[in-house]
Design a protein around this ligand. Structure first.
Ligand code: DI6
Ligand code: FE
Length: 435
């Protein structure tokens, strides 16, 4: 019998850290100071005071990590990304700097269509290599769960390839990947003359094929003035509902055509963007328990001026998540921490709401709230370790990364391993084992 198992129920314990548990309760951020957290297998096994932990550990041979001076939060959750794609759109960025709008570019056949071309021609390996780099950067900032959408294939083969690559990322990195089939993102060129044929195909045979290959954990659609109409979206969501697939919806990014209300009607897990949404729809989202996913990176990139109605969402009790929306067109953003800052500075979230937006609420947006998103005994041992003096620093500073390491499903990963080049110097000890 394993000596460790003989002596204790713990595989690892971090002692002396301050915890931002993100549990709802009296303390902001669910803070516990001078605390300890123990892990057994993939789960959090115990949380208590540092003093109590030292007593329990005694002479036993448990890997004890001195976490003095560190903060521990739940592993971060980036709940809305389009991280798998070919090429990039730097040339369109240059056009937009000259005054051409995103909508003009899209209507002229650029935008999403140009990424579709690049994604269709990229093979599996090229897509995977590019996506690995992007995902590693997020991982180095404490991300342990990542949602990835398809939607740049617009044919069944390429959509399936995108989702396959997304799933594969989860086996290459210490990250849980949740996939969404973004069936309705844009109409492909070859069906431009017959939108309905495309919607029928996506909602019928394609959705069935994706579902039966278990490539998607959920579905998504882009329901907006420059994308798909309410009725088209409804047809797709009905088909998804019949297959019992959970629903996310791009709603109100450019205009309010009633997409948020549709999300609520379908009991969607999340309605995303929500710059343009009326009060009645906000009430409907609250009633439905649908999470509002705020995406300040896209708002910033498009230089939009109409932020989501955060105080109305807050008053109505709609939970707010925050995400990168990592995509080549409107949010070529590799930093979840920058999104925390922008959610506060551009949208008016509190620093605590922003952190909840990438932990407890982001878990809810993915239907994973009972499993992760807070530090609680029994939850998955996905942790992020930080060299900060208080949790608000995660939202306050930008352009720097205080992540010291992560623990994913109970396994410890140091920051240096997660750097894209694999070798940046490690800055100081991160809860090194104490003999
Ligand atoms: N909304 C967005 O911001 C992205 N997709 C969507 O539905 C943009 C995608 C792109 O421009 O490539
Ligand atoms: Fe998006």
């Amino acid at each position: 019998m394993n000596r460790r198992a003989q002596h204790t129920d713990w595989d690892h314990v971090w002692i002396g850290a301050d915890l931002a548990t993100m549990r709802a309760g009296a303390e902001p951020y669910g803070v516990m100071r001078d605390a300890a957290l123990a892990v057994k297998g993939e789960r959090i096994a115990w949380i208590g005071t540092a003093i109590e932990a030292r007593g329990r550990v005694g002479q036993r041979s448990i890997p004890v990590h001195d976490a003095t001076g560190l903060w521990i939060t739940p592993g971060l959750i980036d709940c809305h990304t389009h991280l798998v794609y070919g090429g990039n759109r730097a040339a369109e960025f240059e056009q937009r700097l000259l005054g051409v709008s995103y909508e003009q570019i899209a209507r002229a056949g650029g935008g999403i269509q140009s990424t579709v071309e690049a994604t269709r021609t990229a093979g599996h390996d090229a897509l995977l290599a590019a996506a690995l780099l992007r995902a590693r950067r997020l991982s180095a900032e404490g991300v342990t769960t990542l949602e990835i959408k398809s939607g740049y294939g617009l044919d069944l083969n390429t959509e399936a390839r995108m989702l396959t690559v997304a799933r594969e990322l989860g086996t290459r990195l210490p990250i849980t990947v949740r996939t969404s089939f973004l069936g309705l993102h844009a109409v492909p060129r070859e069906l431009a003359a017959d939108r309905q044929a495309f919607v029928d195909r996506v909602s019928g045979p394609w959705l069935e094929a994706i579902a039966s290959a278990r490539l998607a954990d959920a579905v998504d659609a882009f329901c907006d003035s420059i994308a798909f109409k309410l009725q088209e979206t409804e047809q797709y969501l009905r088909a998804a509902q019949a297959l019992r697939l959970p629903i996310h919806l791009h709603a109100g990014q450019f205009s309010d055509i009633g997409a948020a209300r549709l999300a609520a009607q379908f009991g969607a897990l999340s309605a995303d963007h929500l710059e343009y949404v009326d009060e009645a729809a906000i009430q409907a989202l609250a009633q439905a328990g649908t999470v509002a996913v705020l995406l300040p990176g896209a708002y910033y990139t498009l230089r939009q001026t109409h932020p989501p109605p955060v105080s109305l969402l807050r008053q109505a009790g709609v939970p707010m998540a925050v995400s990168t929306d990592n995509n080549p067109g409107t949010s070529p953003c590799g930093s979840i921490l920058l999104m925390l800052n922008m959610a506060c500075t551009l949208f008016g979230l509190t620093a605590e709401e922003a952190l909840a937006g990438v932990t407890s609420v982001a878990a809810q947006a993915l239907g994973l709230a009972s499993d992760r998103g807070t530090l609680e005994v029994g939850k998955r041992a996905d942790l992020a370790l930080w060299r900060i003096g208080q949790p608000a620093e995660l939202s306050y500073s930008f352009g720097s990364n205080p992540c010291a390491g992560i623990v994913q499903a109970g396994t410890v990963h140091r920051w240096s391993e997660l750097e894209p080049q694999g070798g940046r110097e490690q800055v100081g000890p991160i809860g090194e084992e104490v003999p």
